[in-house]
Design a protein around this ligand. Sequence first.
Ligand code: ADP
Ligand code: MG
Length: 575
Amino acid sequence: MIPYLRRYRNRYIKGLTLVLFGGAFGIVTPLLLKYAVDTLEEGSTREAIAWASLAIMCFAVIRGVFLFASRFTIIATARMVEYDLREDLYRKLAHLPAAYFDRHKTGDITSRAINDLEGARMVSGIAILASVGMSFLFLMSLAAMLYLKWDLALLATAPLLLVTGVFIVCGPRLHTYSLASQEQLGAISNRAQEHYTGARVVRAFSREKEEYDRFDKECTEYERRNIRYAKWRGMTFALMTLFIQLSIVITLLVGGKGMITGVVSKGDFVAFTAYQFMLIWPMIALGWVVNLVLRGAACMGRICEILDSPSEESAEPLKESLLLKGEIEIRNLTFAYEADRPPALSNVSLKIQPGWKVAFVGKTGSGKSTLAHTLLRLYPVPDGTVFLDGQDINTLPLSDLRSSISIAPQDIFLWSDQIRNNILFGSQKERTEEEINRAAEISQLSADIEKFTDGYDQIIGERGLTLSGGQRQRTAIARAVIRKPAIIILDDALSSVDSHTENEITQRLNTFMEGRTSILITHRLSTAKKADLIVVLEEGEVKEQGTHDELLSKDGPYKQMWKAHQLEERIERRA
Ligand code: ADP
Ligand code: MG
């Protein structure tokens, strides 16, 4: 946290100086009281009392002004620190590689970005303010007590050692327990998030009760952890208060006796007890501050886990934006999602000329999507394996690389926003109404949009839930098309549209694809048939590649697939 605090060093110094001034004015009050009581004792005038009261009032007002100014300064600074931290965190999250989100749960990330940030803010504001202000008050009142009556001060503060003992024993526990409940909150937000995103599935499978029970279990656990924390907190607080009261009893016993024998003046006694009360408040607050700091440290630790994760590596963006022709070459690419897992692609080599239409075919899980993702460098690939226009993609700036390639992915993600904005999502440039229309026409979406009450302004539900599967796929295609990329990848993007619509889309796409390299990942071999290159994948390996005719002349897996396909078509036609 220190680098963040250091940026505002001057503001902190200013705020904390104000705190000290405020404290100093507070420290004087008991001395004024002592003066008032002692003069009363000597048979004082009303005037003297009035003067003492007025002085106390004045000091209180000045102190109030300082307190306001110091609080305002420090709390405002804490908001600045929070802003910086949030900005860094969100910027980091925006630049983490896709793989990070495969491994980390969304709910947990959200919890860190919201709850943990809040914990960190508390440390940078109220905790710093309180610890400095309270330490000052503590030391000053202790000094004043020693000055007034040093032997009584030593006796009366002895039980405070016990208070320290309570801290040493209970502090670490409080820390662990607060951390545990914080973690559980992350688990709850994760479950809630998954549950509500999957609301349809839950209902379709009548799993409401089970889901509710699972959620209930997490909540019960959260409650249990919080109650455990509350129990220990309460106990710490009670023990502390007990020992503090003990110190007051000592003052009363010893100091009272001193008053009777006349060694202690009434004014001294009043001032002494006033200081003692002043000493107690920091003691109690200290527990709270320590707690805040420990919790904040845990929060900051969780935030740093995100901040310290390596970002996606990228070369500097080029001065002039890169215009790829669309030549793709892959040389002996072996790729695994995680080091300890079998590779999803092994020894893949292929060469695609600019403007070619290429089909990737193969069973599910054979690595088709993975191969498409490596072209976008969504996952890191080894050097010297993937080349675009003859350049290793690891040397190309990510922004330039990705703006030259469009993908309509297999798992489509749409925003709860206007359909227009969903189409425009991938486009960096301004687009005219005409261009949006054109993209929707190519993907055969325009007819559907005309039927929407709000047309292009229609808001689609979260993740596009108010659209049919086919409409979602066609929105994704429109999104890919509008960018006019050099390379377009359609990853099973037509699986939810009927074969008639598919033919229409492919025809329009064909015109669009002229001069662009296109990669179609498909199950329908009738679509693959016309491709310049068909790549047959099997368990991450390229089994065969060539044109339709070339592959049919061999007796390989493609021929098998083609036979099965023809059989299917015949059955379809008969039905
Ligand atoms: P296809 O698109 O041909 O159906 P994929 O390329 O999606 O196949 O998957 C190939 C293999 O990689 C599968 O075994 C799958 O389990 C694995 N895989 C896919 N995506 C991931 C991922 N994000 N993390 C880990 N493994 C993955
Ligand atoms: Mg796939």
